[in-house]
Design a binder for this molecule. Structure first.
Ligand code: CTP
Ligand code: MG
Length: 228
């Protein structure tokens, strides 16, 4: 079974509030998405990386690796982008091959976490995702934005990416959801009645959503470069 990567990169980054889509904002002298792709292109167990762009993307610059291919079939939601990408790569892959779906906006995934995900799921019958147990105390708000009660956090995890599933299963799962839009791949697989495995990640694998996340991502990537 081979490992493929699909990177949805067709979003506009509206919460970032910048003109430039966030995947192209500079971090340590390179567009953010180049850091995201680099950890996969350097990994010998990754066969190919498909980056799914918006059809009118004018900012993508070719990556210096024969393993990286751009597909210009992004959709109006993240789930649509992923499904379009799965369809576009279908001729190149087997239905049992693994697909690791990873947000373009998560540039700080470490080699160590990627190794852990691949190792823990290689023989899994369903697949799974990186996730982090919730650390903060959780409050349920009432309609006046006052605390109604404290929610128990035991057993709650924050989902990250990569999310790793067999190509055929993930395609079927996303198609089965129809008009309902899942927020991640695992939710679509759950919809089929399957239970994706949670693989412990870490807080460094953050998603750049707001401007302060970009500052944090620069610090994490800068620290990782210093340790090389
Ligand atoms: N994404 C995508 N196609 C879409 C929407 C999102 O490929 N139609 C991608 C984004 O490019 C990003 C990932 O999905 O890499 C995670 O989505 P998110 O963080 O929500 O990014 P945006 O949708 O771009 O940001 P925002 O929600 O703030 O507009
Ligand atoms: Mg979004």
């Amino acid at each position: 079974m081979s490992n493929y990567v699909l990177i949805p990169a067709a979003g506009s980054g509206s919460r970032m509030g910048c003109e430039l889509p966030k995947q192209y904002l500079p971090i340590l002298g390179k567009p953010l998405i180049h850091h995201t792709v680099a950890v996969f292109s350097a990994h010998p167990a990754i066969a190919r990386i498909f980056v799914v762009l918006s059809p009118d993307d004018a900012l993508w610059t070719e990556f210096d690796s024969p393993k990286v291919a751009a597909l210009r079939c992004g959709g109006t939601t993240r789930a649509a982008t992923v499904l379009n990408g799965l369809n576009a790569m279908a001729d190149a892959v087997n239905e049992h091959d693994w697909v690791l779906v990873h947000d373009a906006a998560r540039p700080c995934l470490s080699r160590e976490l990627l190794d852990r995900l691949l190792a823990e799921l290689q023989h899994d019958p369903v697949g799974g995702l990186l996730a982090v147990p919730v650390a903060d105390t959780l409050k349920r708000a009432d309609s006046h934005q006052r605390v109604d009660h404290t929610e128990p956090r035991a057993g709650l995890w924050r989902a990250q990416t990569p999310q790793m599933f067999p190509h055929g299963l993930l395609r079927r799962a996303l198609e089965a959801m129809g008009a309902e839009v899942p927020t991640d791949e695992a939710q679509a697989v759950e919809f089929l009645g399957l239970a994706p495995r949670l693989v412990p990640g870490d807080g460094h694998n953050l998603k750049v959503t707001y401007p302060e996340d970009l500052v944090m991502a620069s610090l994490i990537l800068g620290g990782a470069e210093m340790n090389q």
